[in-house]
Design a protein. Structure first.
Ligand SMILES: NC(=O)c1ccc[n+]([C@@H]2O[C@H](COP(=O)([O-])OP(=O)(O)OC[C@H]3O[C@@H](n4cnc5c(N)ncnc54)[C@H](OP(=O)(O)O)[C@@H]3O)[C@@H](O)[C@H]2O)c1
Length: 281
């Protein structure tokens, strides 16, 4: 079943475009999707698709207001500092009964509720970049006003681009430090293994191909078998063997503590940013 009706996506950047793919995939026949960007150049980056109209504020200063009229679902995918201004401008044009989904990090449900009319519900979403290829993870937290029908509408969009976790807002920042930032942690590990492969004499191209294929294979194996990562690691690590030596070196570097510290640092920064957004707010 499609989401149908009218959906507005305010902000057609990296995140907005990835969510747009989910909106288009989950929309039924005859559904209308409206996307807005600040600049003409930004609008040109949104791939044309049937049923999708794109406006930019350069050519149409009222683009956001026009886009939200009659929309049952409004996705706000602008930078956190722009959310207050964008929602303030469209406030009077939002349809009663609409649900606004903000992906902006650090903008709380309370802040959204302060800007939105009482007839409009708010949901916070914390997606990650693999939603662009429908393998994402999205955390969703909603206020009390969100009805079952609105939840279903929002979930349908994000489930069409990956896995959805619904949780209390108090845990959304923690989720962001794991699945939101997680792709960057993994790419960083990939980069380091590519560097190591180069020290062993592989060319940059060979090193990249070897390492990326290894990560894709290992990730697919854990996903498809459902076996615990510890078990799959044990299968590669014969007692007294080569991998065991390498794992011992990583263990000596306290990799376990490093990831705990990295997540804690990300969480602390999320809270600083939330305070900054709130102050500007
Ligand atoms: N990237 C991630 O991994 C990630 C994860 C979770 C959440 N988020 C959140 O997603 C949001 C967007 O991030 P992003 O990486 O997609 O940023 P981005 O690439 O800079 O995109 C921002 C988009 O908003 C548009 N825009 C700016 N002001 C606007 C306005 N007044 N009205 C309509 N559109 C406007 C921009 O237009 P122009 O292109 O013309 O400038 C651009 O299309 C942020 O709030 C971020 O916290 C990102």
């Amino acid at each position: 079943m499609g989401t149908g009706g009218v959906t507005a996506v305010l902000g057609g950047g990296a995140m907005g475009r990835a969510i747009l793919a989910g909106v288009v995939a989950s929309a039924g026949a005859g559904a209308e999707v409206r996307v807005t960007t600040r600049s003409r150049a930004g609008a040109a980056r949104v791939a044309p698709s049937p049923g999708v109209t794109v406006w930019d504020l350069e050519d149409e200063p009222d683009a956001n207001r026009i886009a939200v009229r009659g929309a049952a679902l409004v996705v706000v995918a602008v930078k956190p500092r722009a959310v207050g201004e964008v929602l303030g401008a469209v406030r009077d044009d939002l349809a009663p009964g609409a649900v606004v989904v903000s992906v902006a990090a650090g903008v709380s449900l309370a802040a959204l509720a302060r800007t939105l009319p009482a007839s409009v519900a708010a949901v916070r979403a914390m997606p990650n970049t693999p939603i662009a290829i429908a393998h994402g993870v999205t955390g969703l937290a909603g206020g009390e006003r969100v009805t079952d029908a609105q939840w279903s509408l929002v979930r349908t969009v994000f489930e069409s681009v990956g896995m959805v976790v619904t949780l209390d807002e108090s845990r959304l920042d923690a989720l962001g430090t794991v699945s939101g930032s997680g792709p960057a942690y993994l790419y960083f590990v990939v980069e380091q293994l590519i560097r190591a492969a180069r020290t062993l004499g592989f060319s940059p191209e060979e090193a990249s191909r070897l390492v990326i294929a290894t990560f894709v294979g290992a990730a697919s194996l854990v996903a498809r078998t459902g076996d615990a990562p510890e078990e799959l690691r044990r299968q590669v690590t014969s007692p007294g063997g080569t991998t065991e030596r390498a794992i011992a070196v990583l263990d000596d570097a306290h990799l376990d503590e490093l990831f705990v510290r990295a997540c804690a640092a990300a969480l602390a920064r999320t809270r600083e940013l939330a305070t900054e957004v709130d102050r500007r707010g």
